[in-house]
Ligand binder design. Structure first.
Ligand SMILES: [Zn+2]
Length: 396
Protein backbone atom coordinates (compact mmCIF):
# COMPACT_ATOMS: atom_id res chain seq x y z
CA UNK A 1 0.00 0.00 0.00
CA UNK A 2 2.66 2.50 1.00
CA UNK A 3 4.49 2.45 -2.34
CA UNK A 4 1.29 2.69 -4.35
CA UNK A 5 1.65 5.98 -6.20
CA UNK A 6 -0.82 8.35 -7.78
CA UNK A 7 0.13 11.13 -10.16
CA UNK A 8 -2.19 14.05 -10.76
CA UNK A 9 -1.41 15.50 -14.19
CA UNK A 10 -2.23 18.69 -16.08
CA UNK A 11 -2.20 20.93 -12.98
CA UNK A 12 -1.22 24.50 -12.34
CA UNK A 13 0.67 24.22 -9.05
CA UNK A 14 1.12 26.89 -6.38
CA UNK A 15 3.52 25.64 -3.72
CA UNK A 16 2.35 27.81 -0.79
CA UNK A 17 5.33 30.16 -0.97
CA UNK A 18 6.05 31.53 -4.48
CA UNK A 19 4.43 34.66 -5.90
CA UNK A 20 2.80 32.68 -8.70
CA UNK A 21 2.27 29.16 -10.05
CA UNK A 22 5.42 27.10 -10.52
CA UNK A 23 6.83 27.23 -14.03
CA UNK A 24 7.52 24.11 -16.11
CA UNK A 25 5.76 21.60 -13.84
CA UNK A 26 2.26 20.19 -14.13
CA UNK A 27 2.09 17.02 -12.07
CA UNK A 28 2.18 15.89 -8.47
CA UNK A 29 2.99 12.34 -7.43
CA UNK A 30 2.07 11.03 -4.00
CA UNK A 31 1.93 7.83 -2.03
CA UNK A 32 -0.78 7.06 0.50
CA UNK A 33 0.95 9.52 2.81
CA UNK A 34 3.52 11.78 1.24
CA UNK A 35 4.05 13.97 -1.74
CA UNK A 36 6.96 12.30 -3.52
CA UNK A 37 7.55 14.47 -6.59
CA UNK A 38 6.49 17.59 -8.42
CA UNK A 39 7.40 17.43 -12.06
CA UNK A 40 6.35 17.43 -15.64
CA UNK A 41 4.23 14.73 -17.28
CA UNK A 42 6.42 14.73 -20.37
CA UNK A 43 9.73 14.10 -18.56
CA UNK A 44 8.91 10.48 -17.73
CA UNK A 45 9.60 10.74 -13.98
CA UNK A 46 5.94 10.10 -13.30
CA UNK A 47 5.85 6.56 -14.70
CA UNK A 48 5.02 3.62 -12.41
CA UNK A 49 2.06 5.41 -10.93
CA UNK A 50 -1.65 5.62 -11.45
CA UNK A 51 -2.32 8.76 -13.50
CA UNK A 52 -5.30 11.01 -12.87
CA UNK A 53 -5.99 13.66 -15.49
CA UNK A 54 -6.50 16.99 -13.72
CA UNK A 55 -6.22 19.22 -16.78
CA UNK A 56 -7.45 22.72 -16.11
CA UNK A 57 -7.28 22.39 -12.30
CA UNK A 58 -5.28 24.46 -9.82
CA UNK A 59 -3.47 22.82 -6.87
CA UNK A 60 -2.54 24.62 -3.64
CA UNK A 61 -1.53 23.30 -0.20
CA UNK A 62 -4.38 22.33 2.13
CA UNK A 63 -5.65 25.26 4.21
CA UNK A 64 -4.79 25.68 7.89
CA UNK A 65 -6.92 27.35 10.56
CA UNK A 66 -4.69 28.37 13.47
CA UNK A 67 -7.50 28.81 15.99
CA UNK A 68 -10.57 26.65 16.40
CA UNK A 69 -12.53 25.04 19.24
CA UNK A 70 -13.79 21.66 18.09
CA UNK A 71 -16.02 21.11 21.14
CA UNK A 72 -17.91 24.40 20.79
CA UNK A 73 -21.25 24.52 19.03
CA UNK A 74 -21.48 27.74 16.97
CA UNK A 75 -25.26 27.59 17.19
CA UNK A 76 -25.21 28.05 20.98
CA UNK A 77 -24.95 31.73 21.88
CA UNK A 78 -24.41 31.49 25.64
CA UNK A 79 -21.00 30.05 26.60
CA UNK A 80 -22.42 28.59 29.82
CA UNK A 81 -24.85 26.47 27.78
CA UNK A 82 -22.03 24.76 25.92
CA UNK A 83 -21.02 21.22 26.78
CA UNK A 84 -24.37 20.04 28.14
CA UNK A 85 -24.63 17.23 25.59
CA UNK A 86 -23.63 13.64 26.39
CA UNK A 87 -20.14 12.43 25.49
CA UNK A 88 -21.59 10.41 22.58
CA UNK A 89 -23.54 13.37 21.25
CA UNK A 90 -20.48 15.58 21.46
CA UNK A 91 -18.37 12.99 19.64
CA UNK A 92 -20.97 12.76 16.86
CA UNK A 93 -21.00 16.55 16.51
CA UNK A 94 -17.20 16.71 16.39
CA UNK A 95 -17.08 13.96 13.74
CA UNK A 96 -19.45 16.00 11.61
CA UNK A 97 -17.38 19.15 12.12
CA UNK A 98 -14.06 17.60 11.10
CA UNK A 99 -15.73 16.02 8.06
CA UNK A 100 -17.07 19.41 6.97
CA UNK A 101 -13.66 21.01 7.52
CA UNK A 102 -11.94 18.45 5.32
CA UNK A 103 -14.57 18.87 2.61
CA UNK A 104 -13.96 22.63 2.71
CA UNK A 105 -10.22 22.18 2.03
CA UNK A 106 -8.99 22.57 5.62
CA UNK A 107 -6.36 19.87 6.14
CA UNK A 108 -4.86 21.15 9.40
CA UNK A 109 -6.29 23.02 12.37
CA UNK A 110 -5.03 24.08 15.77
CA UNK A 111 -7.52 23.59 18.58
CA UNK A 112 -7.04 26.23 21.24
CA UNK A 113 -9.14 25.10 24.08
CA UNK A 114 -11.70 22.80 25.62
CA UNK A 115 -12.33 21.22 28.98
CA UNK A 116 -12.25 17.43 28.84
CA UNK A 117 -9.66 16.55 26.16
CA UNK A 118 -12.28 14.88 23.91
CA UNK A 119 -10.82 16.78 20.93
CA UNK A 120 -7.58 14.83 21.50
CA UNK A 121 -9.52 11.62 20.91
CA UNK A 122 -10.71 13.03 17.57
CA UNK A 123 -7.12 14.13 16.78
CA UNK A 124 -5.85 10.60 17.37
CA UNK A 125 -8.62 8.93 15.38
CA UNK A 126 -7.85 11.18 12.40
CA UNK A 127 -4.14 10.45 12.82
CA UNK A 128 -4.88 6.71 12.72
CA UNK A 129 -7.00 7.28 9.57
CA UNK A 130 -10.13 6.02 11.32
CA UNK A 131 -11.88 9.29 10.63
CA UNK A 132 -11.65 11.78 7.76
CA UNK A 133 -10.68 15.22 8.98
CA UNK A 134 -7.88 17.72 9.25
CA UNK A 135 -4.65 17.03 11.13
CA UNK A 136 -5.24 18.54 14.56
CA UNK A 137 -2.90 20.03 17.12
CA UNK A 138 -4.57 20.62 20.45
CA UNK A 139 -3.93 22.66 23.58
CA UNK A 140 -6.42 21.06 26.00
CA UNK A 141 -7.42 23.25 28.95
CA UNK A 142 -6.23 26.86 28.69
CA UNK A 143 -4.48 28.23 31.78
CA UNK A 144 -6.70 31.01 33.12
CA UNK A 145 -7.15 33.03 36.30
CA UNK A 146 -9.77 32.11 38.96
CA UNK A 147 -13.19 32.88 37.38
CA UNK A 148 -11.20 34.23 34.42
CA UNK A 149 -11.79 33.82 30.70
CA UNK A 150 -13.15 30.32 29.95
CA UNK A 151 -12.56 29.19 33.56
CA UNK A 152 -15.37 26.63 33.05
CA UNK A 153 -12.88 24.54 31.04
CA UNK A 154 -11.04 23.70 34.25
CA UNK A 155 -7.68 25.45 33.84
CA UNK A 156 -7.97 27.97 36.70
CA UNK A 157 -4.75 29.00 38.43
CA UNK A 158 -3.65 31.96 40.51
CA UNK A 159 -0.01 31.58 41.52
CA UNK A 160 2.92 30.59 39.32
CA UNK A 161 2.92 27.14 40.97
CA UNK A 162 -0.75 26.63 40.18
CA UNK A 163 -0.21 27.73 36.57
CA UNK A 164 2.61 25.22 36.17
CA UNK A 165 0.52 22.49 37.71
CA UNK A 166 -2.31 23.14 35.19
CA UNK A 167 0.36 23.10 32.47
CA UNK A 168 1.79 19.78 33.67
CA UNK A 169 -1.70 18.29 33.68
CA UNK A 170 -2.13 19.22 30.00
CA UNK A 171 1.17 17.56 29.11
CA UNK A 172 0.10 14.40 30.94
CA UNK A 173 -3.05 14.36 28.81
CA UNK A 174 -0.94 14.51 25.64
CA UNK A 175 -1.49 18.04 24.35
CA UNK A 176 0.58 19.47 21.49
CA UNK A 177 0.91 23.01 22.83
CA UNK A 178 -0.07 25.19 25.77
CA UNK A 179 -2.77 27.86 25.67
CA UNK A 180 -2.90 30.65 28.20
CA UNK A 181 -5.55 33.30 28.62
CA UNK A 182 -3.32 36.35 29.09
CA UNK A 183 -6.35 38.66 29.25
CA UNK A 184 -10.06 38.50 29.83
CA UNK A 185 -12.43 37.82 26.96
CA UNK A 186 -15.86 38.56 25.61
CA UNK A 187 -17.37 35.09 26.03
CA UNK A 188 -17.13 34.84 29.81
CA UNK A 189 -19.46 36.78 32.12
CA UNK A 190 -17.62 39.34 34.33
CA UNK A 191 -14.39 38.95 32.33
CA UNK A 192 -13.08 42.15 30.72
CA UNK A 193 -10.99 41.91 27.52
CA UNK A 194 -8.87 44.88 28.59
CA UNK A 195 -7.66 43.23 31.83
CA UNK A 196 -4.44 41.23 32.03
CA UNK A 197 -4.93 37.94 33.88
CA UNK A 198 -1.27 37.19 34.59
CA UNK A 199 1.80 39.35 35.12
CA UNK A 200 4.86 39.15 32.93
CA UNK A 201 6.79 36.95 35.35
CA UNK A 202 4.00 34.34 35.40
CA UNK A 203 3.79 34.42 31.60
CA UNK A 204 7.56 33.93 31.38
CA UNK A 205 7.44 30.95 33.73
CA UNK A 206 4.69 29.38 31.62
CA UNK A 207 6.78 29.81 28.45
CA UNK A 208 9.89 28.43 30.18
CA UNK A 209 8.10 25.31 31.42
CA UNK A 210 6.47 24.75 28.01
CA UNK A 211 9.84 25.07 26.31
CA UNK A 212 11.20 22.34 28.62
CA UNK A 213 8.45 20.12 27.23
CA UNK A 214 9.24 21.28 23.64
CA UNK A 215 5.80 22.83 23.37
CA UNK A 216 4.80 26.24 22.00
CA UNK A 217 2.58 28.68 23.86
CA UNK A 218 -0.42 30.39 22.29
CA UNK A 219 -1.64 33.38 24.30
CA UNK A 220 -5.18 34.73 24.11
CA UNK A 221 -4.70 38.53 24.25
CA UNK A 222 -7.20 41.34 23.79
CA UNK A 223 -5.91 44.03 26.16
CA UNK A 224 -2.58 45.72 25.52
CA UNK A 225 -1.10 44.95 28.96
CA UNK A 226 -1.66 41.24 28.34
CA UNK A 227 -0.18 41.54 24.82
CA UNK A 228 2.87 43.24 26.34
CA UNK A 229 3.32 40.52 28.98
CA UNK A 230 2.90 37.74 26.40
CA UNK A 231 5.30 39.36 23.92
CA UNK A 232 8.01 39.88 26.54
CA UNK A 233 7.54 36.31 27.78
CA UNK A 234 8.23 35.08 24.23
CA UNK A 235 5.05 33.21 23.37
CA UNK A 236 4.85 31.64 19.89
CA UNK A 237 1.53 33.13 18.81
CA UNK A 238 -0.61 35.97 20.06
CA UNK A 239 -4.29 35.25 19.47
CA UNK A 240 -6.64 38.13 18.61
CA UNK A 241 -4.04 40.84 19.45
CA UNK A 242 -6.82 43.41 19.71
CA UNK A 243 -4.80 46.19 21.41
CA UNK A 244 -7.74 47.03 23.66
CA UNK A 245 -7.01 49.94 25.99
CA UNK A 246 -9.16 52.04 28.28
CA UNK A 247 -10.11 54.03 25.17
CA UNK A 248 -11.59 51.05 23.42
CA UNK A 249 -10.94 48.32 20.88
CA UNK A 250 -7.72 48.69 18.92
CA UNK A 251 -6.92 52.02 20.59
CA UNK A 252 -3.71 51.09 22.38
CA UNK A 253 -1.03 49.86 19.95
CA UNK A 254 2.19 48.98 21.79
CA UNK A 255 5.39 49.62 19.83
CA UNK A 256 7.68 47.96 22.41
CA UNK A 257 5.59 44.79 22.50
CA UNK A 258 5.62 44.64 18.71
CA UNK A 259 9.42 45.00 18.64
CA UNK A 260 9.61 42.05 21.05
CA UNK A 261 7.36 40.01 18.76
CA UNK A 262 9.72 40.70 15.87
CA UNK A 263 12.76 39.67 17.95
CA UNK A 264 11.11 36.44 19.13
CA UNK A 265 9.40 35.65 15.82
CA UNK A 266 6.06 35.69 17.57
CA UNK A 267 3.21 35.46 15.07
CA UNK A 268 -0.15 37.16 15.37
CA UNK A 269 -3.35 35.23 14.77
CA UNK A 270 -6.08 37.89 14.51
CA UNK A 271 -9.07 35.46 14.36
CA UNK A 272 -10.87 37.43 11.67
CA UNK A 273 -13.83 35.32 10.69
CA UNK A 274 -16.47 35.73 8.00
CA UNK A 275 -18.73 37.60 10.47
CA UNK A 276 -16.26 40.51 10.40
CA UNK A 277 -17.64 41.40 6.97
CA UNK A 278 -20.29 43.34 8.89
CA UNK A 279 -17.60 45.86 9.92
CA UNK A 280 -16.49 46.57 6.35
CA UNK A 281 -17.44 50.14 5.38
CA UNK A 282 -19.26 50.49 8.68
CA UNK A 283 -18.23 53.70 10.49
CA UNK A 284 -19.38 52.40 13.88
CA UNK A 285 -17.19 49.27 13.95
CA UNK A 286 -13.47 48.83 14.61
CA UNK A 287 -12.58 48.55 10.89
CA UNK A 288 -10.23 51.51 10.71
CA UNK A 289 -8.28 50.74 13.90
CA UNK A 290 -7.99 47.04 13.11
CA UNK A 291 -6.72 47.80 9.62
CA UNK A 292 -4.24 50.33 10.97
CA UNK A 293 -2.95 47.97 13.65
CA UNK A 294 -2.57 45.01 11.28
CA UNK A 295 -0.77 47.24 8.77
CA UNK A 296 1.62 48.47 11.48
CA UNK A 297 2.29 44.91 12.62
CA UNK A 298 3.06 43.82 9.06
CA UNK A 299 5.30 46.82 8.43
CA UNK A 300 7.21 46.08 11.64
CA UNK A 301 7.82 42.53 10.37
CA UNK A 302 5.29 40.48 12.33
CA UNK A 303 3.71 37.66 10.35
CA UNK A 304 -0.06 37.35 10.47
CA UNK A 305 -1.63 33.90 10.25
CA UNK A 306 -5.13 32.82 9.31
CA UNK A 307 -7.50 31.86 12.10
CA UNK A 308 -11.22 32.06 12.76
CA UNK A 309 -11.91 31.08 16.41
CA UNK A 310 -14.41 28.60 14.93
CA UNK A 311 -16.92 27.29 17.43
CA UNK A 312 -17.79 30.67 18.91
CA UNK A 313 -21.33 31.84 18.08
CA UNK A 314 -22.04 31.81 14.33
CA UNK A 315 -18.48 30.88 13.37
CA UNK A 316 -18.65 27.43 11.80
CA UNK A 317 -15.68 25.09 11.78
CA UNK A 318 -15.57 24.84 7.99
CA UNK A 319 -15.76 28.60 7.34
CA UNK A 320 -12.06 29.43 6.84
CA UNK A 321 -12.41 29.60 3.01
CA UNK A 322 -15.12 32.24 3.45
CA UNK A 323 -13.11 34.08 6.11
CA UNK A 324 -9.95 34.49 4.04
CA UNK A 325 -11.29 37.24 1.72
CA UNK A 326 -12.47 39.13 4.83
CA UNK A 327 -9.09 38.64 6.52
CA UNK A 328 -7.43 39.85 3.29
CA UNK A 329 -9.49 43.04 3.48
CA UNK A 330 -8.49 43.83 7.07
CA UNK A 331 -4.83 42.85 6.65
CA UNK A 332 -4.53 44.50 3.22
CA UNK A 333 -3.34 41.21 1.73
CA UNK A 334 -3.13 40.33 -1.94
CA UNK A 335 -4.73 36.93 -2.61
CA UNK A 336 -1.33 35.22 -2.59
CA UNK A 337 -0.41 36.84 0.74
CA UNK A 338 -3.73 35.73 2.22
CA UNK A 339 -3.08 32.21 0.97
CA UNK A 340 0.42 32.15 2.49
CA UNK A 341 -1.12 33.16 5.82
CA UNK A 342 -3.31 30.05 5.61
CA UNK A 343 -0.66 27.65 4.28
CA UNK A 344 3.14 27.96 4.59
CA UNK A 345 3.21 30.83 7.11
CA UNK A 346 0.53 29.21 9.24
CA UNK A 347 2.24 25.81 9.22
CA UNK A 348 5.54 27.27 10.36
CA UNK A 349 3.82 29.34 13.06
CA UNK A 350 2.20 26.28 14.60
CA UNK A 351 5.32 24.12 14.40
CA UNK A 352 4.38 22.09 11.33
CA UNK A 353 6.48 23.95 8.77
CA UNK A 354 8.49 20.86 7.87
CA UNK A 355 5.42 18.67 7.41
CA UNK A 356 2.66 20.63 5.70
CA UNK A 357 1.68 24.06 4.34
CA UNK A 358 3.90 23.70 1.27
CA UNK A 359 3.68 21.46 -1.78
CA UNK A 360 7.15 19.96 -1.83
CA UNK A 361 8.58 16.46 -2.19
CA UNK A 362 8.91 14.86 1.23
CA UNK A 363 6.06 16.82 2.79
CA UNK A 364 2.76 15.19 3.66
CA UNK A 365 0.41 15.31 0.68
CA UNK A 366 -2.12 17.88 1.87
CA UNK A 367 -3.64 19.77 -1.04
CA UNK A 368 -6.78 21.23 -2.52
CA UNK A 369 -7.78 21.39 -6.18
CA UNK A 370 -9.99 24.08 -7.71
CA UNK A 371 -11.35 24.57 -11.21
CA UNK A 372 -10.83 28.35 -11.08
CA UNK A 373 -7.75 30.38 -10.14
CA UNK A 374 -7.63 31.06 -6.37
CA UNK A 375 -4.61 33.36 -6.79
CA UNK A 376 -6.81 35.71 -8.80
CA UNK A 377 -9.94 35.48 -6.68
CA UNK A 378 -10.14 34.15 -3.11
CA UNK A 379 -13.87 33.45 -3.42
CA UNK A 380 -12.83 30.42 -5.50
CA UNK A 381 -11.81 28.79 -2.17
CA UNK A 382 -15.45 28.17 -1.32
CA UNK A 383 -15.72 25.55 -4.07
CA UNK A 384 -12.94 22.95 -3.91
CA UNK A 385 -13.04 20.21 -6.52
CA UNK A 386 -10.97 17.73 -4.47
CA UNK A 387 -9.20 17.66 -1.12
CA UNK A 388 -6.27 15.40 -0.21
CA UNK A 389 -5.06 14.97 3.36
CA UNK A 390 -1.84 12.98 3.85
CA UNK A 391 -2.26 11.58 0.36
CA UNK A 392 -5.80 10.33 0.95
CA UNK A 393 -8.74 11.74 -0.98
CA UNK A 394 -10.84 13.34 1.77
CA UNK A 395 -13.42 14.88 -0.53
CA UNK A 396 -14.13 15.17 -4.24
ZN1 LIG B 1 -10.64 30.93 20.96
Amino acid sequence: MSDYKTTLTGLKIWDGIADDYLADVDSITMTAHKLTAIGCTSDGTMSNSRQVDCSGLYAIPGLIDAHIHLVLDPEIKNALEQGLESADELMAKMEKRVGAMAAAGITTARDLGAGQWQELIVRDRIQRAELKGPRLVCSGQPITSPKGHCHFWGGEAETVEECLSVLDRQIEQGVDLIKVMATGGTMTPHSRPVDAQFDQNTMSKIVERSTEYHRHVAAHCHGTTGIHNAAFAGVRTIEHCSFVGENGWGADYDEAAVQKMVENETRVSPTINVGWSRFINNDKGPEKRVMENLTRLRKAGVKLIASTDAGIPNVFHHDLPKALPVFAHFANFTPVEALRSATSDCASAIGLGEITGTLRAGFEADMVLYDKDPLLDLSVLEHPVAVYGRGVLLSG
